[in-house]
Design a protein around this ligand. Structure first.
Ligand SMILES: [Zn+2]
Length: 336
């Protein structure tokens, strides 16, 4: 084991010195002057003459501590060497890694970067940008579990009439293959009927991602059937409809812009947003005259509708869908 030469000054530090140098054997020492080195200097790598002790190099990490690392010198050829200090670097890495875990935990609980920086002032001061960089680097290394093996299905209901009888048609669609998994007619669509239908047609022991509309009964029904295995996602189309229905049909340009900014959460609406932003800046010029303003606004909304129609035709011609907004890893963590 490493020899630690205690003095009255460092006597109380023995436990921490032992844990710091514990992995080194009897060939090493920690001198009374606080230098870490080999008791017998190594032989010169150039001329194989045994080297001699030759002072030390100090290493300091601000607010953390400092260490003196022994130097050796060859009295034959003058070559110098320094003792390996990887334990010191590892110690710093260990500390900063645990800070990074701490940042990640605080971000998980939605603490802002400024907030974390304020908290760190009590522990070891770190600026907002240092924390941001450390957090992003850590998230880049993070392995988000692959969702490839999770089954994604759509669940839907229709209400067809059979003669004068109201029937309920329950459907499960596989999102990947677009094939119908199950499709059955029932006399009612009570929670019990839905549960039976789901249990019969899906493996409830496997994780599943179910997309539905906003029917208020679904969260309870699905949780009862799938428990912890469930990820319930409201259908994006329905979420979109919900936003649109929040605005009156006759909107101002400002309201229209707000609507598209909200829609942009799910699907890429940058084209429409850019168009409306340009209109809004023009609007400031005509807003002085009320009558003129109304006239202008009506005309421009019509113009905007023509632009939307043009985008739609373009997509149809290229057989494209509106691109989905893909959340970045950081966003998923911070909104959890
Ligand atoms: Zn030498």
């Amino acid at each position: 084991m490493v020899t630690i030469n205690l003095t009255l000054n460092n006597f109380s530090e023995l436990p921490s010195l032992l844990s710091l140098f514990g992995s080194f054997d009897n060939d090493y020492e920690y001198t009374t002057r606080g230098v870490f080195r080999r008791k017998t200097p190594p032989v010169c790598p150039v001329c194989s003459t045994p080297m001699v002790h030759n002072g030390y190099n100090p290493y300091t990490k601000q607010d953390l501590g400092k260490i003196s690392i022994g130097r050796y010198k060859c009295s034959n050829c003058g070559n110098t060497q320094e003792e390996d200090r990887s334990f010191w670097e590892n110690l710093k890495t260990l500390l900063f890694d645990s800070f990074n875990n701490f940042f990640q935990m605080l971000r998980y609980h939605s603490v802002s970067y400024d907030g974390i920086s304020d908290i760190m002032d009590f522990i070891y001061p770190r600026s907002r940008s240092t924390i941001l960089r450390a957090f992003n680097e850590k998230m880049e290394q993070e392995n988000i579990p692959s969702s490839e093996n999770i089954r994604i299905v759509h669940y839907d209901e229709q209400h067809p009439k059979e003669g004068c009888c109201q029937k309920y048609r329950l459907t499960i669609l596989d999102a990947k293959t677009q094939r119908t998994v199950a499709d059955e007619l029932f006399g009612d669509k009570s929670p019990e009927t839905i549960k039976k239908f789901l249990r019969k047609n899906l493996d409830t022991s496997e994780p599943v991602f179910i997309v539905t509309d906003f029917d208020k009964r679904y969260p309870d029904v699905l949780r009862e059937v799938f428990g912890e295995k469930l990820v319930h996602q409201y259908c994006l189309m329905h979420l979109n409809k919900l936003i649109v229905s929040d605005f009156s049909k006759k909107t101002t340009i400002e309201q229209e812009l707000l609507k598209y900014r909200l829609l942009n959460i799910f699907y890429n609406r940058e084209n429409e947003i850019k168009f409306l932003e340009e209109l809004l800046s023009e609007e400031l010029n005509v807003i002085m005259n009320e009558e003129k303003h109304q006239e202008w606004s009506n005309k421009e909304i019509k113009e905007f509708n023509r632009f939307r129609y043009k985008l739609k035709l373009e997509r149809r011609r290229k057989k494209e869908k509106i691109p989905l907004i893909v959340l970045k890893k950081q966003n998923i963590i911070s909104t959890n």
